[in-house]
Design a protein around this ligand. Structure first.
Ligand SMILES: Cc1cc2nc3c(=O)[nH]c(=O)nc-3n(C[C@H](O)[C@H](O)[C@H](O)COP(=O)(O)O)c2cc1C
Length: 324
């Protein structure tokens, strides 16, 4: 039995959460994660219209009787204020159990969500934002280290330092995110003071994930050095798959491209084509350094249960070390 505070808070079997994955967190994929004993999270940004999101939530509900979440990305260019408010309304009406917020201070939607009985996990890249989120009343924070996919924040601090620092700085449960692929990562996260893990990249290399097979094959082939970070000069770095397009983007940034022009260039290159059409020549997309640990494509349940079984074995091995 896994009994961290996170398991009781989210009513899940294992202390494992899937982070929202833009273009990929469909009802089918999300349900596969929830059905395996972890928490699947639907990406609301994929369903801009109120009724599209409602239909996706209902579809997800028809595929699982387990708890699930909805990701609300609040980045200014994605999370247009009105759209987020509309999404929040649907989430409450549909009695979604958990919301994962990210990208910006969630202050303006917290009281609505809480009144609606929705639990909130807010994703942060540093100690200051974690403390602020706790003060605002979120139920848990997910902390992303510099190695993560998505937006690792500006500080370039890896998880090994950031996770214990955040765990020591807040009283609410902490999820470790970024760089976790297996039982070793899960045990390490718990040892560092987290009460669960949040996975992104690892779950892309699964049979159920709708990412293009060319991308999945790249995930298995890739090494931990095959990502790079662009967008620091815009104040919003994002880690992407290293290919010629990403290298060219970084070179332009290093040569002085910044602000809106950089934002525009990033949006032209960091594109769903990479994910959904497997176009790794003219587009790129976000992935974490953890690609270096992914060795095979497997079913979601195999990945989750394998991770848990491996973690249990590691813990028992460590306990034996002490009694010798
Ligand atoms: C393809 C992809 C799309 C993502 N889309 C989102 C998103 O829409 N919103 C969000 O908050 N995080 C997003 N993330 C970040 C993940 O939810 C998670 O925080 C991150 O992947 C953890 O790092 P890891 O990949 O090393 O496990 C995305 C990650 C990936 C790989």
């Amino acid at each position: 039995m896994w009994q961290t505070r996170l398991c009781s808070l989210l009513e899940i079997q294992y202390p494992i959460v899937q982070g929202g994955l833009q273009w990929l967190s469909t009802p089918e994929f999300t349900a596969a994660v929830s059905n395996s004993g972890a928490l699947g999270v639907l990406a609301a940004a994929m369903y801009p219209e109120e009724e599209e999101l409602r239909a996706a939530i209902r579809r997800l509900r028809s595929l699982t009787d387990k708890p699930f979440g909805v990701n609300l990305t609040l980045l200014p260019h994605l999370g247009l204020r009105e759209r987020v408010q509309r999404h929040v309304r649907v989430i409450i009406e549909e009695k979604v159990p958990v919301v994962e917020t990210s990208g910006r201070n969630p202050q303006e939607i917290i009281s609505l969500l809480k009144e609606g009985g929705v639990k909130i996990i807010h994703k942060v890249p540093n100690v200051r934002f974690a403390r602020k989120a706790e003060e605002l009343g979120v139920d848990a924070v997910a902390v992303v280290g510099w190695e993560c996919a998505g937006h690792p924040g500006m500080d370039e601090v890896g998880g090994l330092v950031l996770i214990p620092k955040v765990a020591r700085s807040v009283r609410i449960p902490v999820l470790a995110a970024g760089g976790i692929a297996d039982g070793h990562g899960l045990v390490a996260a718990l040892a560092l003071g987290a009460e669960g893990v949040l996975l992104g990249t690892r779950l892309m290399a699964t049979e159920e994930c709708p990412v293009h097979s060319r991308f999945k094959e790249w995930l298995v082939r890739a090494q931990e050095t095959d990502t790079l970070v662009v967008g620091k000069k815009m104040g919003d770095p994002v880690r992407v798959l290293r290919n010629a397009v990403a290298e060219a983007l970084l070179a332009e940034e290093e040569a002085g491209l910044a602000g809106e022009a950089l934002d525009r260039a990033m949006r032209q290159k960091i594109h769903r084509r990479a994910l959904l059409e497997g176009d790794l020549e003219t587009a790129t997309f976000t992935v974490g350094q953890v690609v270096g640990l992914i060795r095979e494509i497997a079913g979601v349940e195999t990945v989750i249960k394998g991770m848990v079984a491996e973690a249990e074995e590691i813990v028992q091995g460590l306990a034996r070390l002490l009694t010798l």
